[in-house]
Structures are given as structure tokens and as C-alpha cells.
Design a protein around this ligand. Structure first.
Ligand code: DX5
Ligand code: ZN
Length: 223
């Protein structure tokens, strides 16, 4: 399967959000990655339903929504209404994860679970057949522009082996510090979806960077 690129709108220019959404529409990117932060689960607040609905109005590609919020069950149907296609909750934020996953699917969305850098992938083994996506956080969630944690490569390989073992078709997504310097190796380890925030939006040529991420051209940043 071809890997997907999901630019993270968190790094877009919010004063020109329609322009940036149109840029993703005409790019080689596959999904929009939407980060929702509540200031409790993570030490930052991003944006809520009105902004997400405005993005949905212009977006011509699926919305991949990453909830960094406590007790996400309260808002599952609201996120469906706001236009989520894939809804990802954090393992660390869900007491009854199996029930949460079923509730997301019952709303007709794809269900994902994200893991913080300290959470081992094997904890998801029993729910893997129910999951459309696992998001491995390669930074501590809360902010764009952080440094990639290298242990992620091991986690991707381990998760890929687990997915093959249980014969599920769960996608592996990587979120945080992804760019042209590490994209190729991540895909070689088993990644299916690469989230890219600052590497796309802070690039002098975002459309070209997206093509490079799609083609897995290795461009190492100079220090
Ligand atoms: C971090 C968010 C990420 C973030 C990625 O908590 O989940 O999606 O936007 O940004 P970069 O690619 O700049 O690390
Ligand atoms: Zn994210």
C-alpha cells in the first residue's frame, strides 16, 4: 500500500486558514490532520468545533482528527457532526477503550488510538482487530515543531509485527517531528500514514515538500 501524507493544520496560518486548506486540496497530500487539545490532557489549547467545521467546509480530503482531550466519549457525536472521517483518541485518556472504539465506529467513523511516547504498543494487542488506525506519537503531544524521538522506529517495527500476527489491516500513523529526513525510514519500518506539521507549513515550498514526503525523497536539513 502507498503511504499517506496528512499535513497537520495546527501549523497552518489561522488568519489565512482557507488559503492553507486550498493548498492542501491541490497538493499530493491524502488527509487533513486536525489536532484538538483541551488544556487538560496536554498543556496547550488548540481549537474547537467552529474552526473544525470551517476547515471541513473547504476541505476536499478526509479529516483525520486527533483528540488530545480527557474523557473523549462525551464528544464523539459532535466530532462526527463537525466532519471527522477518522477519529483518534488517546489510550491514556480512555478507561473503557473498547467501548470508546465501538462508539466511534457506531457513528460511522474510522476509529484510531494514539499512544504517547512512554506507552508500549503491545497494550493494544487485544483491540487491534477493532482498530482502523494506531497513531504512534513521536513527540510528547501538545505542540508542533518538536524533535522526533528515535525510539519510534522500534515501536513502528514492533506494532507492524503485532498487526501481522493478529492479521488485522490497521494503519500505522506517525505524528510528531516527521519530515523528509526520517519519512523514508519510517515507511520502511512499517508506517502507513505520516503526519507533518511544521515540515510542511514552515517550508518555503509546502507543495514541493509534500511531493518529497510522498516520494520519500530523503532531504536532510542542514544544522
Ligand atoms: C502534536 C500534534 C501534532 C503536531 C505535529 O501534539 O499531535 O499533530 O501538529 O507537528 P510537527 O509535525 O511540527 O511535529
Ligand atoms: Zn496530531
Amino acid at each position: 500500500m502507498d503511504h499517506k501524507i496528512a499535513p497537520s493544520v495546527l501549523s497552518a496560518d489561522f488568519a489565512n486558514i482557507q488559503r492553507d486548506v486550498e493548498m492542501i486540496n491541490k497538493s499530493e497530500a491524502d488527509w487533513f490532520h486536525i489536532d484538538i487539545m483541551d488544556g487538560v490532557f496536554v498543556p496547550n489549547i488548540s481549537f474547537g468545533f467552529p474552526v473544525m467545521s470551517a476547515i471541513k467546509e473547504h476541505a476536499k480530503k478526509p479529516l483525520d482528527v486527533h483528540l488530545m482531550i480527557v474523557d473523549p466519549d462525551r464528544y464523539i457525536s459532535e466530532f462526527k457532526k463537525a466532519g471527522a472521517d477518522v477519529l483518534t483518541v488517546h489510550y491514556e485518556a480512555c478507561t473503557h477503550l473498547h467501548r470508546t472504539i465501538q462508539a466511534i465506529k457506531a457513528e460511522g467513523m474510522k476509529a484510531g488510538v494514539a499512544l504517547n511516547p512512554h506507552t508500549p504498543v503491545h497494550l493494544l494487542k487485544d483491540v487491534l482487530p477493532d482498530l482502523d488506525l494506531v497513531c504512534i506519537m513521536s513527540v510528547n503531544p501538545g505542540f508542533g515543531g518538536q524533535k522526533f524521538i528515535r525510539n519510534t522506529f522500534n515501536k513502528v517495527k514492533e506494532l507492524k509485527a503485532l498487526i501481522l500476527e493478529v492479521e488485522s489491516d490497521t494503519l500505522i500513523e506517525i505524528d510528531g517531528g516527521v519530515g523528509t529526513d526520517n519519512a523514508k525510514l519510517l515507511v520502511e519500518c512499517g508506517a502507513d500514514v505520516l503526519v507533518a506539521g511544521s515540515s510542511v507549513f514552515k517550508s518555503s515550498n509546502p507543495l514541493k515538500t509534500i511531493i518529497q514526503l510522498k516520494k520519500l525523497e530523503r532531504v536532510v536539513k542542514s544544522a
